[in-house]
Every structure is written in structure tokens, then in C-alpha cells.
Design a protein around this ligand. Sequence first.
Ligand SMILES: CCCCCCCCCCCCCCCC(=O)SCCNC(=O)CCNC(=O)[C@H](O)C(C)(C)COP(=O)(O)OP(=O)(O)OC[C@H]1O[C@@H](n2cnc3c(N)ncnc32)[C@H](O)[C@@H]1OP(=O)(O)O
Length: 295
Amino acid sequence: MLRHGLQVTRVFCQTVLHTVSARPLRSAILRLIPRTALLPWLSSRAVSVSEWPLLSSPPRDYSLPNPSWSTEMRRLYEYYDSLCEKEMEGGEKKPGGWGRLPSYNRTLKYAAGGKCLSKLLKEKARLFTRNTEEQGAAFEYVVFMNKSEKRCVCIFQAGHLLEGPPGNVHGGAIATIIDTSLGTLAGYLSGIVMTANLNINYCSPIPLGSVVLIDSVLDKVEGRKTFVSCQVTSSDGSKLHTEATGNAVAGLPIPRQSQHATLKKKMSNTHRHLKHTFHGRLNPSFAYFKVCFPC
Ligand SMILES: CCCCCCCCCCCCCCCC(=O)SCCNC(=O)CCNC(=O)[C@H](O)C(C)(C)COP(=O)(O)OP(=O)(O)OC[C@H]1O[C@@H](n2cnc3c(N)ncnc32)[C@H](O)[C@@H]1OP(=O)(O)O
């Protein structure tokens, strides 16, 4: 009897939550339920309160430390974080030139274009490097940008899903993190870009689980082309693992004015967070450059 009652209640709740698809209304209902009341339910499913997607919490920033980070990864994070511009008491900013880039796993939901994208595909799309919730399994990384030096440093810890040769990181995974670093630098400096060309020399294998630094710099800008290069070294800089050069082309199709207004509204969460982090120096178009790929 009790079991039957519980089942009916559960089906009722699910129906309400699924039929109430209007976001504001659903959020309002969920806000009425105190988080603490949900704790036993959540803990029985090994989900933390902050991870519950229906609550109006900000999106997860994947570039913040998590328990899978090794001591070396944390040490490097803290080192670069200490160089970042920070607000001091009295509202003054501690100059440092560096800034940590936040990182999210979704961008496509902000896309207006994309002829080939079905609604379902848009909803399911995830940034390749952030597509697992299992911490430490694949790409653990954080990018620190130095705008005045036109340079960025990516601290990268390779997880067990990235194995190529036994015990070492797959060359495609290395190319991915290099493309991410170079693409982020070029995008930060030149706006919306696409990688047109990427040359990689693999000098020595990267052991799985190790932490490496990807130090990327701007070489030159020629018209629409932004030339960038990087070196992947061991965390103490003593060993060169990989070096690469790339060329990213800017000036991709910008959404029409009407779409632009809708986009601006939709990307408010991500954009507000990015804007806050970079003290308003962010090009608003950047947050959706990744989604403007022609298909
Ligand atoms: C603020 C921080 C927020 C952080 C927020 C983070 C957001 C999360 C970050 C994730 C960061 C991921 C970064 C991933 C970056 C990709 O993975 S991009 C995906 C892989 N790339 C692609 O799929 C590109 C495919 N190719 C294309 O779409 C087109 O060929 C391109 C590249 C857009 C160029 O086409 P186009 O606009 O028609 O340009 P076109 O007129 O042909 O050529 C322009 C110039 O580029 C040159 N060019 C074109 N292609 C090439 C080539 N292959 N090689 C050399 N030169 C070339 C041409 O020679 C020409 O040069 P000039 O004659 O002007 O001197």
C-alpha cells in the first residue's frame, strides 16, 4: 500500500515537472522546495546539491580545482592564480596581467545558426574536452591568459580515458588540448576564429596521469589570420613533449541582428560570469564563437 502510494506520488511529481516546461515557472516551483529537504533524496542518489541541474545554480566551471587534481596540478594552479588580477580591499586591483578563463561544457545552446542541428542535437551537444562528469577521467585543464603578453598557459592533467600507446597519452588527445589552447588564445585576441591549420611535432611521449604545461604565444596577425604557436613541456619545464604552430582565421559569419538580440539574452548566464571574471574586457561574441561552425 505504502509502496503503491509512493509510486503514485513519484509519477505525479514527474508529470508535473515534465509538463511544466516553462522554465521560469519550473524554477519558481523548485525554489519553493528548500534544498535541505532534498538532501536525503539527493544523497541516496550520490548527487550533490550543487550539481542538481534543475536548481537555479550557475553552470559548473570546469576549470576550478576538483578532488582529482594531483598535488602538482594544484601547485601550478595556485602559482598562476596568485599572479592573477584580483580586487583588493578598497576596490583597488592587484596588477598581475594574468586572468583565469572559466570553462563550461555547453556552448551550443546559445547558437542561433547551424542548419544541420536538430533541437535534440543542440540540447545534447557538449564541448568535446568537457564531455565527461567523471572528474579526472579525461581532460582536466585550466587556462590562464596574459593579455598584455599575448600569451596563455594551459595546465593539463591527462586522465585514463586518454590512453594511446600503453601508459601514454593519445596523439589525438594531445592535438585536442593543443587546439584548445591555441584556439582559445587566438579567439581571445581576434574574436571568433576557426583553426585553419595546425602543425604538431611529437617530441616525447606524455605519461598518462602526468601534468604538463602548454605555453602558447601569439606569433603574428596578418589580416584575418592569427598565427600562434606553443610548446608542451613537463610541469617543471625540463622536458619538451610537443611543439606546435597554428593559424586561426577570423571573421566568421556573424548572426543577423535579430538573432543577435536573442542570443545576447540567452547567453546571459555564461556571459555575466565571463564578464565578471575579465572585468568587462570580454568580447561578447566570443562566448559563442565555438558554435558558429558551418555544417
Ligand atoms: C574569452 C575567453 C572565453 C573562453 C571561452 C572558451 C570557449 C571554448 C574554447 C574552445 C576552443 C576550441 C578551439 C577549437 C578550434 C577548432 O577546433 S576549429 C574546428 C576545426 N576547424 C575547422 O573545422 C575549420 C574548417 N575550415 C573552414 O571553415 C574554413 O576553411 C576557414 C578556416 C574558416 C577559412 O575559410 P574562409 O573564411 O573562406 O577563408 P579563405 O578566404 O579561404 O582564407 C582566408 C585566409 O586563410 C588562409 N587559409 C585558409 N585555409 C587555410 C589552411 N588550411 N591553411 C593555411 N591557411 C589557410 C587563406 O590562404 C587565406 O589567406 P589570405 O589569402 O587572406 O592571405
